[in-house]
Design a protein around this ligand. Structure first.
Ligand SMILES: Cc1cc2nc3c(=O)[nH]c(=O)nc-3n(C[C@H](O)[C@H](O)[C@H](O)COP(=O)(O)OP(=O)(O)OC[C@H]3O[C@@H](n4cnc5c(N)ncnc54)[C@H](O)[C@@H]3O)c2cc1C
Length: 489
């Protein structure tokens, strides 16, 4: 595998680069790989060591575009190894039943039949009905079993502040099921070594093509000529780095409101960016445990790791109304009294990430408002009490879970903003509502990676087609830049 070339920030100032990328998220690195393969000299500036952060945030792969995987030879040459999970989801119920769903249609049929024979027959459907509707409306039309509807609806609210009854929630569900793993539609997988391995593999492809990655090199401002044209960036240590092409992997808000000097952009553009929706109600808790959770409902013959442990485990919501009521609490300004939790246990399939017998557990939790009315996320006791509420909820389904915890790390929306650079803590670089997708992403009139400044492009999740570890914005932006550069040479 190729080693990434880490260049010192001061070495960057000695030449004019063909292209400069702000941020080494997986999209920034994808853009770097395509641009360098297109023959451009490329530098990537990153605040900290890239790749590491992803393990703390994202936890499942499916959205990474097969074109990025294949063209950059991430699996065949750069060491990326996907660990497919099947069954894909497990929803335990307090009445002693459970629902497993996966890629095996016979398993799905017999599992759903436990709740409704009619739903088992109706399950294989055309998901396109979902595009514009509230997810609850569509699922209520199709199915009758609450636990099935809740399991499917959960993907419609992941990363959003909206309820299952919100128009557009159906699209978020589609966004989460449109991916694939090794050619299988809708299948999620873990990544050996954690999600950071995706960035490592893409970074390795970029380095192989000649891109230079500079860490500890925060960009503090863009250099703009004649109020209209980019000519490089200024790093936080004052170093000027020159290029007439700059791609930003930072959020659109950060790019235009913090890095571009004021009075350079058109007023209507600034207003649209400033008022984009960056609300977030997501908290991530990463936990080390000394044993696997034992789900009370499981009479499965797998006391240690079994099918209930390998997929996405949906805890605390057995009906869409429970998801709605968790959301209502946040609408009223407080964290959900009974949070919505998606649990994953990557160490069941990936033996490289925890000591033998011990496990890594991710809890993706909603809804936690950015500024709660009843406390402050900076307050240690407030944080601790919310974390304990989540652990107690897991205990209802898997008694003894709390006492298996060896330690944990918690990222609330303000932590995601401060530590990961996600404006408002929004996990997608801006909400994925119908008013900010397709031609409207990031804002109306600017969906093609270009910006009002000549030479400045967006290449991160704030651009079309949006959030998730996908690589599509990075790849598309790089193709556009290569086309434009070739036109002028
Ligand atoms: C808690 C959580 C869970 C998630 N779970 C999943 C999941 O399971 N599966 C999935 O597919 N997606 C998931 N996501 C979404 C996914 O992680 C993001 O959509 C994706 O990582 C965005 O990639 P990106 O390259 O566009 O941006 P980022 O990964 O945000 O990268 C942007 C980079 O730019 C850098 N940067 C910003 N400003 C500057 C500056 N001024 N100077 C230098 N560098 C700068 C930042 O440090 C950052 O590294 C999750 C996100 C979160 C927060």
């Amino acid at each position: 595998m190729w080693r990434r070339t880490f260049t010192s920030a001061t070495a960057l100032k000695d030449k004019k680069w063909d292209a400069l990328i702000i941020g080494g998220g997986h999209n920034g690195l994808t853009a770097a790989a395509y641009l360098a393969r297109g023959g451009l000299s490329v530098a990537v500036t990153e605040e900290l060591v890239p790749g590491f952060k992803f393990s703390r945030c994202s936890y499942l792969q499916s959205l990474l575009r097969p074109s990025v995987m294949n063209e950059l030879e991430l699996g065949s040459k750069h060491g990326l190894k996907l660990l497919r999970s099947n069954p894909l989801s497990f929803t335990p119920c307090l009445d002693g039943r459970y629902l497993l769903l996966g890629t095996d249609k016979h398993l799905n049929h017999s599992e759903i039949s436990k709740f409704s024979q009619k739903d088992a027959e109706a399950y294989p459907r055309d998901f396109l009905d979902l595009l514009l509707s509230p997810v609850s409306k569509v699922l209520n039309n199709w199915f009758e079993a609450d636990v099935l509807k809740a399991t499917l609806a959960s993907d419609a609210v992941i990363g959003s502040t909206a309820s299952v009854h919100a128009p557009g929630s159906g699209y978020v569900l589609l966004h989460h099921v449109m991916g694939e793993s090794d050619g299988d539609r809708g299948v999620w997988s873990f990544v050996e070594g954690g999600m950071g391995s995706i960035s490592k593999a893409i970074g390795s492809a970029a380095a192989e093509a000649g891109a230079h990655v500079v860490t500890n090199a925060e960009v503090s401002q863009l250099l703009i000529e004649n109020s209209s044209t980019v000519r490089g960036v200024i790093l936080a240590d004052g170093t000027e780095v020159h290029s007439s092409v700059v791609l930003s992997n930072a959020t659109p808000y950060k790019t235009f409101m913090e890095l571009v000097p004021s009075n350079v952009l058109p007023d209507d553009f600034v207003r649209a960016i400033k008022h984009s929706d960056y609300s977030s109600a997501t908290t991530k808790i990463n936990i080390a445990v000394d044993k696997l959770p034992q789900f009370q409902c499981c009479k499965l013959n797998h006391p240690h790791d079994g099918p209930q442990h390998v997929g996405s485990i949906r805890i605390g919501f057995e009906s869409m109304e429970e998801i709605h009521s968790a959301c209502q609490d946040a609408m009223n300004g407080v964290p959900s009294r009974r949070p919505f939790i998606e649990m994953t246990i990557p160490s069941v399939l990936d033996k490289t990430i925890s000591p033998p017998g011990k496990h890594v557990i991710n809890l993706f939790v909603q809804y936690t408002p950015y500024k709660p009315l009843d406390g402050d996320w900076q307050d240690h006791d407030y944080r601790e009490s919310f974390a304990q509420k989540c652990f107690t909820l897991v205990d209802e389904y898997a008694p003894g879970f709390s006492s298996s915890i060896l330690g944990f790390d918690m990222l609330t929306p303000p932590d995601l903003e401060r530590e990961i650079g996600l404006t408002g803590g929004n996990i997608f670089h801006g909400a994925m509502g119908l008013d900010s997708l397709f031609l409207m992403r990031p804002v109306k009139g600017w969906s093609n990676y270009k910006t009002p400044l000549k030479g400045l492009y967006l290449c991160g999740s704030g651009a079309h087609p949006g959030g998730g570890v996908m690589g599509a914005p990075g790849r598309n932006a790089a193709h556009l830049v290569l086309q434009e550069v070739r036109k002028t040479t």
